[in-house]
Design a protein around this ligand. Structure first.
Ligand code: ASP
Ligand code: MG
Length: 415
């Protein structure tokens, strides 16, 4: 099959009728550059939030299955409207929801993972010369129920499709010019990156850089899908390419991110015996709950405290699971602290330079910020801090590493 490209348009890019018409033109243009085009769209603007609010007004604790049934309608609205806008331009087009495309997922509602996609229908439509519009963020479980992939999941739909269709690239259109060294809405002078490696992007995405759904970067890395993030409003800007590390200039620090949507969960006075952590984290993982930092302290004989961080969106489920387990394992207390944020530095140079950690910690010290938890990997250092200090710390750490303002690439030394 000739050159297939997958384009994904986020909620703000299809946020109004005019914007949908604009996207329709862009899509048709892509087709005329000799491509077979598959387009994934998110729900219009704030639709998903509005649907959640509606649900909450009916039932504070709705079942996840019914939530997915509701939330999937947002994308169904935008695919049909975009298809109509393309028909208005006299082009052949078909819109398909997750069920029709056979985007098969597991049965973990609200955060399902794609298991397989049967691309037969999409390929048939492309062969007939049609543009294919696919609803992002949704799939269908083995038991034929509608599932959704977690907030921001349309990015993942796009990359998964790019992979099964063997697409030459996947373009993610959004409302920012690309990936920055730090959130440009908070950090003045944050720099747009031309290129970033999959690994660095994965860290930044999962650390709360909010540009891409982390699972989408994971899939792109696994199947080596060239990914481009660019603005649907500013076609002068080339955006950011996400690719293999050896094609990206090496830097000490690529970016600094702040994740404000996390919570710290502590289970206090847990018996110190084999199997306790297993029971807890196995239960969380069975529910597709992503746990981030984990710390276990021994505070006196045979008794531990276990703390870990989770996304605030998972907090309700985490609370239920942890409090059940707390009782089962005879722990004394369960404490949930929502007043925390995670600040992280990311870059391929971190592992080889011990100076970096000390500069990072010193910056927090100079601001009088107490570090509650620390975690490190080859290319990242993260600290859990008081969320009231988060933005100030983000600003300061950016300055310290000279990531904003004049120079941002630091080859060797940092002062
Ligand atoms: N509409 C969904 C959301 O708002 C999925 C997406 O936009 O990617 O999270
Ligand atoms: Mg998004």
């Amino acid at each position: 099959m000739e050159n297939i490209i997958v384009q994904k348009y986020g909620g703000s890019s299809v946020g109004s009728i005019d914007r949908i018409k604009n996207v329709a033109k862009q899509v048709v243009k892509a087709k005329y550059s000799n491509n077979k085009v598959v387009v994934v769209v998110s729900a219009m603007g704030n639709t998903t939030n509005e649907l959640i609010e509606k649900a909450m007004n009916v039932n504070k604790n709705p079942s996840s299955r019914e939530m997915d049934m509701l939330l999937s309608t947002g994308e169904q609205m935008s695919i049909s409207l975009l298809a109509m806008a393309i028909q208005e331009l006299n082009e052949e087009v078909v819109s398909l929801n997750g069920y029709q495309c056979k985007i098969l997922t597991d049965d973990k509602h609200k955060k399902a993972r794609i298991m397989d996609i049967d691309s037969t229908r999409i390929k048939k439509e492309l062969e007939q010369g049609k543009i294919v519009i696919v609803a992002g963020f949704q799939g269908v479980s083995q038991s034929n129920d509608i599932t959704t992939l977690g907030r921001g999941g349309s990015d993942t739909t796009a990359v998964a499709l790019a992979s099964v269709l063997n697409a030459s690239k996947c373009e993610i259109y959004t409302d920012v010019d690309g990936v920055y060294t730090s959130d440009p809405r908070i950090i003045k002078g944050a720099k747009l990156l031309d290129r970033i490696s999959y690994d660095e992007m994965l860290e930044l995405a999962s650390l709360g850089a909010k540009v891409l759904h982390p699972r989408c970067v994971e899939l792109a890395r696994k199947y080596r899908i060239p990914l481009v993030v660019k603005s649907s409003f500013n076609n002068k800007c080339k955006g950011t390419e996400i690719m293999e590390a050896n094609n990206v200039e090496k830097v000490l620090i690529r970016g600094v991110s702040l994740d404000e949507s996390i919570a710290k969960v502590s289970i206090l006075e847990v018996p110190d015996e084999p199997g306790i952590s297993y029971k807890l984290f196995n239960e969380l993982s069975n529910n597709n709950i992503q746990v981030d930092m984990i710390i276990q302290n021994i505070n006196r004989e045979n008794i531990n405290d276990i703390s870990f961080t989770v996304k605030t969106e998972d907090l309700k489920d985490v609370q239920t699971i942890s409090s059940e387990l707390k009782n089962k394992i005879n722990a004394k207390d369960l404490v949930i602290d929502k007043s925390v944020s995670k600040i992280s530095i990311v870059g391929t140079g971190i592992a080889g330079n011990s100076n970096v950690a000390s500069i990072f910690f010193k910056s927090l010290y100079e601001l009088g910020v107490n570090i509650q938890m620390i975690s490190t990997s080859e290319i990242k250092i993260s600290c859990i801090i008081d969320n009231k200090k988060g933005r100030e710390a983000l600003q300061y750490v950016n300055q310290k590493f000279k990531l904003c303002g004049e120079c941002y690439i630091l080859e060797e030394k940092v002062v």
